[in-house]
Write a protein that binds this ligand. Structure first.
Ligand code: HEC
Ligand code: HEC
Length: 294
């Protein structure tokens, strides 16, 4: 009832309403039951205007009285039951807020079962259920497509492709669930100040060839071995615990041309996947995992 008037104004509204109702009641009764209300007017002494216009002495029909009385009674009952008299909440305690709370509770009850069912279903079971997968796609479209693109193939060399074979943070259902729930913060520092142009050129050239056949004596190998192995691995296959991507496949988060690779190394990269644990419930997250884990 926070938006209803309180204190003085509430009292003032109550007084005004009650006094008005009482005045209306008095007016109605006085019109019908005043001592002289039904007295016949003596036609002799009756004033006549404009030649033939007489005041007459016809009382208003009685059903008007009952109608007026019943609207007054209705007002009184209404004001007793529902909010309307100042901040008095009414005997029924009705409010829009409690109506919303009621329907929210109904909603929770109706869907709690469906959700519990989804949570209890195996991933394969969900993947084989066309309806559930469509639901998953709707959730994906609403929550994820702005970044990862409508078809989940990534976007703008900033948001990773989710349907390729490379998983920066792991491809198992558990790892994907963890990614969605908790989010991920990738952290690669900027190497420009540490390595300088020459070393960056060499290591960039080296990692682009990594995975194909690159000479053991490539000048970039030394730079790589000294600075990059800890995260990207001795063979360049990456480390899902750190979100360090594989550098030996042809899949690049930010782009695999020499210029972009050099930019990644020089300025560092800090991709952030937001956490969805607060925003989505268990069933929704499970549906998304089923959609992405293949
Ligand atoms: C502290 C761990 C760490 C070290 C050390 C590190 N990296 Fe990274 N690197 C990462 C992470 C994490 C990412 C992913 C960044 C992201 O997703 O935004 C990354 C991304 C990259 C990328 C972008 C890959 C793509 O797919 O677009 C390149 C290129 C790269 N690193 C090269 C290097 C080189 C060369 C070195 C050594 C000079 C190096 N990294 C050292 C953690 C590291
Ligand atoms: C605000 C943009 C944004 C939204 C929204 C977003 N993501 Fe991401 N997501 C990212 C970024 C950026 C990364 C890469 C993080 C990194 O560089 O390590 C990422 C990474 C991921 C990864 C890890 C991929 C891998 O290779 O390991 C998964 C899985 C993922 N997102 C799923 C989702 C799902 C599911 C949703 C919707 C519930 C979603 N994301 C919504 C930005 C977003």
């Amino acid at each position: 009832m926070a938006d209803l008037p309180t204190g003085f104004w509430s009292g003032w509204i109550i007084v005004l309403t009650v006094v008005s109702l009482a005045a209306l009641l008095w007016l109605t009764i006085s019109i019908y039951f005043a001592a002289d209300a039904n007295k016949k007017v003596d036609p002799e002494s009756e004033p006549v205007w404009d030649n033939d216009l007489r005041e007459g002495s016809n009382a208003p029909p009685l059903w008007w009285f009952w109608m007026l009385l019943s609207t007054l009674v209705f007002s009184l009952i209404y004001l007793m039951l529902f909010p309307g008299l100042g901040s008095y909440p009414g005997l029924l305690n009705w409010s829009q807020g409690s109506r919303v709370a009621d329907s929210y509770e109904n909603f929770e009850q109706n869907f709690a079962e469906a959700r519990a069912e989804i949570v209890a279903t195996s991933l394969a079971g969900i993947q084989n259920d066309l309806d559930l997968m469509q639901t998953a796609e709707r959730i994906y479209k609403r929550e994820c497509s702005a970044c990862h693109g409508p078809d989940a193939r990534g976007q703008a060399s900033l948001f990773p492709n989710l349907v390729d074979v490379e998983w920066q943070w792991g491809s198992s259902a558990e790892q994907i669930e963890q990614t969605i729930r908790g989010g991920r913060n990738a952290n690669m520092l900027a190497w420009q100040a540490i390595l300088g142009d020459e070393n960056i050129n060499q290591v960039a050239d080296y990692i682009i060839q990594l995975g194909d056949s690159v000479s053991e004596s490539h000048a970039g190998k030394l730079v790589y071995d000294q600075n990059c192995v800890a995260c990207h691995g001795a063979d360049g296959s990456g480390n899902i615990l750190l979100g360090a991507p594989s550098l030996i496949d042809d899949i690049w988060l930010y782009g695999g041309d020499l210029k972009t690779v050099k930019a990644s190394i020089a300025a560092g990269r800090n991709g952030i996947m937001p956490a969805f644990a607060q925003r989505l419930d268990d069933a929704q997250i499970k549906l998304l995992v089923a959609m992405l884990a293949r």
